[in-house]
Unconditional design. Structure first.
Ligand SMILES: [Zn+2]
Length: 318
């Protein structure tokens, strides 16, 4: 097996993100635990290969233990919405930056949680047993030297380590939230804008969001899983892809970035506003003059996108 060069490039990482589900040579779908070989073929093209095809690589950049994503990726054409106050909209279009809030700043205390506290003992018992078995069956373990006391203290130490992952991870997650929907949503206007009389919504698609973020391979975009915390746990890692069932109406898609930077409230990423925005909607609760203000802002920043009145302004007939 040839050594890994670890010579990552942005293009190679983008290729991996877009092609990681199967071997790019034979088409074999990867399963959890498979080894995926990422690198270059003889003609210098990128490849992600299975074990059987891996000898075809001229250069192996890295081998991964393949693992299925914990989240589902939206379809390329899925419509995504972001409802925001005018101040946030101005910030977006004037700076060409998308703001990612720190997970620790979210209102929902269950953000990044592994479960509810009444289930903590069940969780601990499960993982304590798991690590106990791992110690007992570790290759080369000399059971004659392992006292019960030593086994228990070592298991507890490993459990503490597992439990600390969640707390540490919460400090390094930054998220931009989007609403997945084919249509405008009345509830989302009120939920996501602090002053609904002063709000706009931008509508994009999954593909346009991904491209507008310059396909940044450090950003993951996926659907939130909604689960019943009284019956289920989330995950040791990446618990921020789960929320409680009571939030299911949000149909949230989130763009997530992991970055070690403690005690900050958010970070911004460069974004192409032109690629991002398909349509801009004016809040149905905005006064008449508001559309003119938004229109002049679009002119000022040279944004040539459809500015639409909310569909909820339409008048009924009986
Ligand atoms: Zn293959």
């Amino acid at each position: 097996m040839q050594p890994m060069t670890l010579n990552h490039t942005r293009e190679l990482d983008i290729f991996y993100n877009e092609n990681r589900s199967k071997c790019t040579l034979c088409g074999k779908l990867f399963s959890d635990g498979d080894c995926a070989h990422l690198g270059y073929l003889n003609d210098d093209s990128h490849a992600v290969l299975c074990d059987a095809c891996s000898a075809e690589l001229k250069e192996t950049v890295v081998r991964y233990h393949w693992k299925k994503d914990i989240y589902e990726t939206p379809k390329l054409s899925n419509k995504l919405w972001r409802y925001m106050d005018l101040s946030k909209f101005i910030s977006l279009i004037s700076k060409n930056e998308l703001y990612f809030s720190a997970l620790t700043c979210f209102d929902d205390p269950f953000e990044g949680a592994k479960g509810i506290v009444t289930m903590k003992k069940k969780w601990d018992d499960f993982y304590l047993n798991f690590v106990r078995q791992a110690i007992l069956t570790a290759p080369g373990m000399d059971l004659s030297k392992l006292t019960q006391e030593k086994l228990e203290s070592e298991s507890q130490r490993l459990l503490d380590q597992i439990n600390s992952i969640g707390n540490n991870e919460r400090q390094s997650i930054f998220i931009s939230c989007w609403h997945l929907n084919d249509f405008e949503s009345e509830a989302m206007w009120k939920l996501y804008s602090k002053d609904v009389t002063n709000a706009v919504a931008i509508q994009t698609t999954y593909m346009h969001l991904y491209e507008a973020l310059y396909k940044d391979p450090t950003i993951s975009i996926g659907k939130v899983n909604y689960i019943d915390f009284s019956k289920q746990f989330t995950s040791v890692n990446d618990a921020f892809w789960f929320k409680r069932k009571s939030f299911e109406h949000e149909h949230e898609v989130r763009a997530v970035v992991k970055k070690r930077s403690e005690n900050i409230t958010g970070i911004s990423f460069p974004i192409s506003v032109d690629k991002l925005i398909d349509n801009i909607y004016i809040s149905p609760y905005a006064p008449a003059w508001f559309a003119e203000v938004v229109k002049s802002l679009l002119e000022k920043y040279n944004i040539n996108k459809p500015l639409l009145q909310s569909d909820m302004c339409a008048q009924p007939f009986y």
